[in-house]
Design a binder for this molecule. Sequence first.
Ligand code: ARG
Length: 423
Amino acid sequence: MAPGATKRDKVILAYSGGLDTSVMVPWIGEKYNLDVVAFSVDLGQGEDIEGIRQKALRTGAVDAVAIDARNLFVDCFVWPALMAGAVYEGKYPLATALGRPLIAKLMVDAARQHGAKAVAHGCTGKGNDQVRFDVTFQTLAPDLKVIAPVREWKMSRDDSLAYAAKHNIPVEATKKSPYSVDLNLWGRSCEAGVLEDPWDEPPPDAFAWTTDPAKAPNEPAYIVIDFEQGKPTGLDGQKMDGAPLIDRLNKLGGEHGVGRIDHVENRLVGIKSRELYEAPAGVILHDAHRELESLCLSKQAARFKTLVSQEYADIIYNGLWFSAFHQDLFAFVASSQRFVSGQVRVKLFKGQGTVVGRKSEHSLYSKKLATYESGDQFDHDAARGFIRLWGLSQQTQAQLQLLKDGKGFDLPGLLTHKEEGER
Ligand code: ARG
């Protein structure tokens, strides 16, 4: 530091190595008079995180931190979401939405370690990601100032390039992607560009993880996934840790074109947006898990859990991960999974991952009760009495009210319905 210069406060910047967050390093320095500590997290997005850290230092960050959080992400975010059956609007397995609260939490930790006074991220002002970051910061560390340059700087891409040139920021010669892409091991999201017209079929270049189902192998692949208490623990009889298991399923599923999701989604900020996702492992594991639950959960528990799944997905999507309500719902989810152990067999073929078999030591399925063959132990006589009572109140009401005075039983159009010829 030059003699007489005063020491500046620090900001922890969520740094991806892209143009925007690189330009932010000098921009935040100038605009807010802060020293930037770049912070990058490996959530299994397949990038060279150490290379990104080095780039941050070349870009003028006073310090740069890179953290491998893949196991933390899987164990504390992805698996709970899977156990909960959390899929937003029945389609999106929530990869990006699960990553944000973890990154934000790790940034708060880094802010404490480095004595930083602020945190910064590169989200725009119209997406969900800014909400997830800001709400997490606000919850865990309300004293930290939050800086979101893209929300305020109003620079076009050309402005950013000019700014980068002026500050000697290395910009890769690579062509800018026509899409906005975010990835981690739980999935890839792709939006903007030609995808903004919901009528247009996504072009081949919008996909990166999955083969076009029409070009997928003509032979199916079969896999067997092991679950213990709702968590995947192995593949084809081999024990596997979470992150490598997910990587493997992404690869296998991707080869067979499994896991493409085209979704017009309702963002928290009030707009609909067309999103394209690729999540082979997410799609396969959610389907497999749900099928295992069909054996292991009682009817009531399974029905109730669909409500919990929807709430859980909304909590994640809407940035409320660090909430008491989440803790309470997770307590239910964890308890609901105590018998959800077993194996699920999945067939991967031409874009579909189809569950073709499931078994569990805790299965509630009883062949002796279900069979139509010999060995049937179901009490057929008991059925008669059960049905008498089951239908009793409906029968009573029909006689005392609906069919009284020779009235027929009308339900939508039944009494007035005419066949084609009679009209
Ligand atoms: N629409 C998804 C979500 O809200 C994905 C967002 C992807 N983010 C991005 N910066 N491209 O979770």
